[in-house]
Design a protein around this ligand. Structure first.
Ligand code: DX5
Ligand code: ZN
Length: 220
């Protein structure tokens, strides 16, 4: 079964000097979520944005903020991102020793809790804590940078996670992040994804192109 996928533009590819305007433009163009890539220069080799920027962007749009934490440790910063306006917060299992506790913390702050899979991370990490997860994010590139090539090796993992989600009977989001384009999006959807992150493919061509870029990701 394929449904119309949720589209979450990654503002990593937006014009950082005009982030508020860029968020308004993607909302107007039909985006479902704003994907916010938080990097610390330690867990991944790049530094991006922190909670104060998230807080400043929040009043600009009404669509949910999908915050992808690529920081270690993550726990000390979860509350700051929740208070700044995050609606969904996702963490990498490798960012701390107690994934279950981190997911509890995220939910206790009123946010949806997500787990992110690096290309080398096995789905097994979720087997005994599926009840604590609202979102699963599969990286189809190594995290840290936008504009990388989609790794088709991750499609089997998307399929496996779709089976695990279906077995729960719960409507857990299955999101794919990295190198998603109109060419690779159908592969993700066929494998069972329900949400797609895209930076380069949404923000190319300037604001007048955003609506067409999002439509192309949904399959035209
Ligand atoms: C990578 C980030 C992605 C990235 C996607 O670490 O998590 O969200 O910005 O960018 P594109 O769509 O350009 O691959
Ligand atoms: Zn991301």
């Amino acid at each position: 079964m394929t449904r119309t996928p949720l589209i979450a533009p990654s503002i990593l590819a937006a014009d950082f000097a005009r982030l508020g305007e860029e968020c308004r433009a993607i909302e107007a163009a039909g985006a479902d979520w704003v994907h916010i890539d938080v990097m610390d220069g330690h867990f991944v080799p790049n530094i991006t944005i922190g909670p104060d920027v998230v807080k400043a962007l929040k009043p600009h749009v009404s669509i949910p903020f999908d915050v992808h934490l690529m920081i270690a440790p993550a726990d000390p910063y979860v509350e700051a991102f929740a208070k700044a306006g995050a609606d969904l917060i996702s963490v990498h299992p490798e960012s701390g020793p107690h994934l279950s506790r981190t997911l509890q913390l995220i939910r206790s702050l009123g946010c949806k809790a997500g787990v992110v899979f690096n290309p080398s991370t096995s789905p097994a990490v979720l087997e005994s804590i599926m009840d604590q997860v609202d979102l699963i994010l599969v990286m189809s590139v190594n995290p840290g940078f936008g504009g990388q090539k989609f790794m088709t090796s991750q499609l089997a993992k998307i399929r496996r996670l779709r089976e695990m989600i279906n077995a729960t009977g719960r409507d857990i989001h299955l999101e794919v992040d990295g190198g998603v384009t109109p060419e690779t999006a159908p592969l993700c959807l066929e494998a069972g994804a329900s949400a797609l992150v895209a930076g380069t493919a949404v923000f190319k061509g300037g604001a007048s192109a955003y609506a067409a870029n999002i439509t192309a990701l949904r399959g035209g």
